[in-house]
Design a binder for this molecule. Structure first.
Ligand code: C6P
Length: 426
């Protein structure tokens, strides 16, 4: 049941129009010191970008420069370093704003990553708006981070988690999704790109459908931010969550975009320093958005590193990155699916960045271990998306995921490795 990935002619035309044909992967690779690592006597082939991506020198140096020259706590001191650190942190917020095309920096809340962003929305907007009998609508391909926070909320409130089904290619069945939207639905939460299947969801259509009956939409953008141009205003999503570490930035930092009017109406997530404007034992007045959601000393160096990562991606051009990864995925789909005994898991027409597969008679962990001996890093397991694994009738898959620095030669190495696995288990 393998299929060759296709891209709609309109998306392909857009990418071709905007992509710069000079995208030079050799130059990009030179920006990533870790790619020179040798693994078990082989050049590293890093194909685990959906788990976390490697960091360009620009990011490593920005973090190091921050600690060398600017380190202090932010929003608190009047001294020189504190002002510099505050300026660095707020400038990173502006970089994220412009990367996502949000209308104002106040719409960007720093969080630890996608997981924290979704929990923040569930525990603030969700607790404020969802009551017994209400419904939260997600899809069957969500990551646990976009399932469990809603389950926790539904348990607390006596609400129901509804799951829109997918077809055998791993595509959302839009008519079913629309049928499940109803007067009880109070929130929709959907991944932009599935980490387990690579499916690129029709987010703009989903948002229009939900908004037609006044329901807000949270988009889990963990896999989309590093892979495609984004415009949250054009999408008109209410919340957009992502992690820095998948977008070539550091771990421990990410961002939540929220429409300003929504963020202003919802209560804080955590209490502590910096999220207040005044405190007495009787009453606390909260700080303004976005600081209301950023209690305690944040990951300042992380924010600086994330800002540097998004600037780096902007310099490469997101349309170039999307076109490059599309080419890699199409090539990998062809060569890996041609190997006897391989079955792709996730064959949506619109896909990005991720090739998940299983092999007859071989556990995915064995595929990963044999590939590691060849210097090839992939992820094996359920990818924190157990319900979608169950839907496909597998416990786990082997998953190669691509990034800006990957090449067709590396995919050839992957194919040779998979061929070797097949022979070992023949
Ligand atoms: N997926 C993967 O290997 P955090 O851990 O908060 O940075 O991101 C969570 C998350 C949420 N949504 C999607 C679609 C994701 O892919 C992830 C992280 C990694 O696929 C680690 S499980």
């Amino acid at each position: 049941m393998t299929k060759v990935l296709k891209m709609s002619s309109s998306s392909r035309q857009t990418l071709t129009r905007e992509a710069d044909l000079d995208f030079d992967v050799g130059r990009v690779r030179a920006d990533f010191p870790i790619l020179r690592t040798r693994v078990h006597g082989h050049d590293l082939v890093y194909l685990d970008n959906a788990a976390t991506s490697q960091k360009p020198r620009a990011v490593i140096e920005a973090i190091s420069r921050y600690y060398d020259c600017d380190n202090a706590n932010i929003h608190r001191g009047v001294h020189y370093l504190s002002e510099r650190a505050t300026a660095d942190y707020e400038s990173a917020r502006k970089t994220i704003q412009s990367f996502l095309h949000a209308s104002r920096p106040e719409e960007i809340v720093f969080v630890r990553g996608t997981t924290e962003a979704i929990n923040l929305v569930a525990q603030t907007y969700g607790r404020q708006h969802i009551r017994a009998g209400d419904e939260v609508l997600i899809t069957a391909m969500e990551h646990h981070s976009n399932i469990v926070p809603w389950q926790l909320l539904c348990e607390e409130k006596g609400a129901k988690l509804k799951v829109a089904p997918i077809n055998e290619d791993g595509e959302l069945i839009l008519e079913e999704f629309e049928r499940l939207l109803g007067p009880q639905t109070k929130m929709v939460a959907v991944s932009h790109i599935s980490n387990a299947l690579g499916t690129l969801n029709p987010i703009a259509t989903i948002i229009k459908m939900a908004h037609a009956i006044g329901i807000p939409v949270l988009v889990d953008g963990a896999q989309a931010v590093p892979r495609m141009p984004l415009d949250v205003q054009e999408l008109d999503c209410d919340f957009y969550a992502f992690s820095g570490h998948k977008a070539y930035g550091p771990t421990g930092i990410g961002a939540l975009y929220g429409k300003l009017a929504l963020l202003e109406r919802i209560p804080p997530y955590q209490g502590g320093g910096d999220m207040i404007s005044s405190v007495t034992f009787e009453k606390t007045i909260y700080n303004k958005v976005p600081h209301k959601f950023e209690a305690g000393t944040p990951d300042i160096a992380g924010a600086v590193g994330l800002g540097a990562a998004l600037e780096y991606l902007n310099d490469l051009g997101m349309a170039n990155i999307a076109a490059h990864e599309h080419e890699l995925l199409a090539y990998a789909t062809d060569v890996v699916s041609a190997i006897p005994g391989v079955r792709l898991i996730g064959t949506a027409k619109e896909k990005s960045g991720v090739l998940s597969f299983v092999m007859d008679g071989v556990h995915p962990h064995d595929i990963g271990t044999i590939l590691d001996q060849e210097g090839i890093a992939i992820r094996t397991g359920h990818h924190c998306a157990q319900p979608v694994m169950e839907w496909f009738g597998v416990d786990a898959t082997a998953r190669a995921s691509f990034g800006v620095y990957n090449t067709k030669q590396e995919i050839d190495a992957l194919a040779r490795g998979v061929e070797k696995v097949r022979k070992v288990f023949a």
